[in-house]
Design a protein around this ligand. Structure first.
Ligand code: NOJ
Length: 715
């Protein structure tokens, strides 16, 4: 349709039809016959049968046949035959499940995110899905927050690059294409800063922290052309995001020029009442609409109140029209007026999903996301003739897809099957699976008999971690240690004289310091998706060389949280040994256990020749550094560039990642890697605007945030 046709359509719609477009209900409602009794959720939400044909969008309906049938019915019943948009939570793959987003960020490779999401888009589109509620661009510094596993980690630059790539992967060039879907970034904004890591909790951060750190992923998504934005559950400046004009009107729309559709999170308009902002649903509807939120997800305050708010003159019809226009434009961008079944293809659904190519991509990408945290005495890769044992609750578990995987668990994901496919038949012990929320903190079983099965093994792979349901939404925790049985098992294995290789499955950095003395090697596996077992086996056997880097710091202990690399200096920084009256703990170092950017390889990389020169044109500085693979094993290194602005009008972080590049190095190959720093990349938010201030900078390049070469320069 042309823009004029869209405007004409808008002018023909009744107020009820417009409000219907602004309402999102689950497929249970839409599937319901119009004559159903008004009971259950319909009654609770005060939905009348005549509202249903007008509802504009739905969420989390799956399967091409079902979606086509729903769409046909809907178009037939809608007075203007406007098609539905099918939205869904496709977070890390639809049926071919990829690593969880936090793990993807550890690849430090946006191209992989783009590739994974293009596969997810193809598999979603063939089912008839039009929009995914992804990426989650919430920056996170607190691993107690369960949703950290859906995030791109703690760094604004990495978050921006991964998030932009995520949007590009879903959307491609043209939303009308049969294998593309629209992207709804979320949760705008600052949700990752929930106090105490407790989900849905208050967020109270300064404008500078919001803009420089927490907004960066959302901004990148908006700049990458994401079609939609979702509100978050938290407050910002004491105003819930779903009613926050500063966020949605000023920053998103006015400053960033975002023209897409804004949707609430699940019932977030209703939650304005619990927050204590709105006195009732009527006020809640008005606040959300005035903030510029176009669609209300799974609550009906718009549906039940907007008409009377317009009629009483409390809200201007123009606010409704602008929202509906945005929704109609999105339907048009998706090509739904011409083809409401866009992409849905029941005959080819099974052929497109889980294709060989998709599974190959999932395996290749999973390999890149695991992070080798420790590898003493070359415990890994496994020696060819070693007798291998496999123990722990994730040894045989197929439940390692990670949260939001709306796909059946598949035994091919298990570590045991991955190892078998590599020709290893491990001896098994203590493989009983964990149950969700199984804390068992005081319950340590006698493991002697079970572990004696491993007596003949040289090396034991201990598959430990947390249940995947203990991560994600509403899965905040205050204890990040392994369960006592797992800790005890690792200790016993060491006491038995085994080489212990811990493979840690988790959606967040766990507190693994207490078990490090028992582990010769530690692989942080996260939740790597459908090809988890195969990918991990490739790494353990040495077919693949690990190259993942931490997108988030690992705390020494929960009491240190938040601990992140790009913190500000204090007036009493700790230099050298801890002592009284400087900024430090009496009982714990300031540094994390493993810092941002950290990750080992089977190769050794050496850095030399850091050079920082004044550039020309846009390039204020030309930086180069030489990296050498000082080993006999080919490997991939992520060369990281950091800066510190030593004196500025507002205090600056002690380190800021400004660029990174991956290089594949043959044994003993040396490569010089070059970066440029521009005025823009050295600018910061001075509480009013983004500014560049000349002066002294420290330039750092190296292997991780903690292992860098440094040089000062004055600009
Ligand atoms: C609530 C979650 O916060 C959000 O991430 C998700 O997209 C919606 N529910 C829809 O399922």
């Amino acid at each position: 349709m042309t823009e004029q046709q869209i405007l004409d359509l808008l002018s023909e719609l009744s107020l009820e039809e417009k409000i219907g477009e602004m309402t999102q209900l689950s497929p249970d409602f839409l599937g319901a016959a119009q004559s159903v009794d008004l009971t259950g959720p319909m009654k609770e939400l005060n939905v009348r049968p005549e509202d249903l044909p007008l509802v504009g969008t739905t969420l989390n309906a799956f399967g091409a046949e079902k979606l086509i049938a729903m769409q046909k019915k809907h178009i037939a019943e809608h007075p203007h035959h406007i098609p539905l948009i099918f939205m869904a939570d496709v977070i890390h793959g639809r049926r071919t499940i990829f690593p969880v987003p936090l793990a993807m960020a550890c690849s430090f490779d946006p191209a992989l995110q783009r590739e994974a999401n293009a596969v997810a888009a193809r598999e979603s589109a063939v089912e008839g899905i039009h929009v995914t509620f992804s990426p989650m661009a919430d920056l996170v510094r607190d691993p107690r927050w369960g949703r950290v596993m859906e995030s791109p980690g703690e760094d604004p630059l990495l978050a921006a690059r991964m998030t932009a790539a995520a949007v590009e992967g879903y959307q491609g060039e043209d939303l009308k294409a049969p294998d593309r879907i629209a992207s709804c970034f979320k949760h705008f904004g600052g949700y990752g800063a929930s106090e105490g890591g407790r989900d849905y909790n208050t967020v109270d951060i300064s404008d500078g922290t919001l803009r420089e750190f927490y907004l960066s992923g959302y901004k990148a998504a908006a700049d990458a052309g994401a079609a939609m934005a979702m509100t978050s559950f938290n407050t910002i400046d004491r105003i819930p995001a779903t009613a926050n004009k500063k966020l949605f009107r000023r920053i998103l729309r006015d400053e960033w020029g975002f023209e897409g559709v804004a949707i609430t999170d699940f019932d977030a308009t209703g939650e304005l009442i619990a927050h204590g902002l709105a006195a009732d649903g009527r006020e809640a509807a008005r606040y959300s609409l005035e903030a510029g939120v176009d669609i209300e997800m799974m609550s009906t305050h718009y549906l039940n109140n907007l008409k009377s708010l317009v009629e009483s003159g409390e809200i201007d019809m123009a606010l409704i029209d602008e929202a509906v226009l945005r929704i109609l434009r999105l339907k048009n961008r998706l090509g739904l007026f011409e083809n409401p079944f866009k992409g849905a293809d029941p005959e080819h659904e099974d052929e497109v999903c889980l294709s060989e190519g998709h599974l190959e991509a999932a395996r290749r990408i999973a390999v890149r996301c695991a992070v080798l945290l420790k590898n003493e005495n070359h415990a890994l890769p496994l020696k060819k003739d070693a007798k291998v044992g496999l123990a722990g609750p994730f040894a045989e578990s197929a439940g390692v897809l990670g949260g939001w995987a709306f796909a059946p668990s598949n035994s091919s994901a298990s570590l045991l099957n991955g190892l078998k496919a590599c020709g290893i038949e491990p001896v098994l012990a203590m493989t009983e699976e964990l149950k969700p929320m199984q804390r068992g903190f005081f319950d340590v079983s006698d493991q002697t008999a079970e572990l004696s099965k491993l007596a003949d093994c040289d090396v034991v792979i201990a598959a430990v971690g947390e249940h995947s349901e203990d991560t994600g939404e509403s899965a905040s925790k205050t204890i990040l240690r392994l369960t006592p049985n797992q800790e005890k098992m690792l200790q016993k294995l060491k006491e038995m004289g085994k080489t212990v290789v811990a493979v840690v499955f988790s959606g967040r950095p766990l507190e693994i310091k207490p078990v490090l003395p028992y582990c010769d090697a530690v692989v942080q596996a996260w939740f790597l998706g459908l090809q988890s077992g195969a990918a991990l086996a490739d790494i353990l056997c040495g077919k693949e060389n690990p190259s993942g880097r931490l997108a988030i710091s690992f705390p020494q202990t929960v009491g240190q949280i938040p601990v992140y690399y790009n913190h500000m200096n204090t007036g009493r920084p700790l230099v050298g040994k801890p002592h009284r009256f400087v900024s430090c703990y009496l009982d714990c170092p300031n540094e994390p256990l493993y810092p941002f950017g950290y990750g080992l390889s089977y190769s050794d990389f050496h850095y030399s020749a850091l050079s920082v020169r004044k550039g020309s044109g846009d390039a204020l500085l030309d930086v180069s550094v030489t990296v050498e693979n000082a080993s006999d094993i080919p490997g991939r290194e992520t060369v990281q560039l950091y800066i510190r602005d030593l004196a500025a009008s507002v205090v600056r972080p002690v380190q800021e990642l400004k660029d990174f590049v991956q290089v594949d190095l043959a044994p003993h190959e040396k490569r010089t890697v070059s970066f440029t720093l521009t005025k823009e990349s050295l600018s910061f938010w001075n509480n009013e605007a983004s500014v560049f201030e000349p002066g002294e900078f420290e330039i750092m390049a190296g292997h991780s945030s903690a292992e860098v070469m440094r040089q000062k320069v004055t600009l």
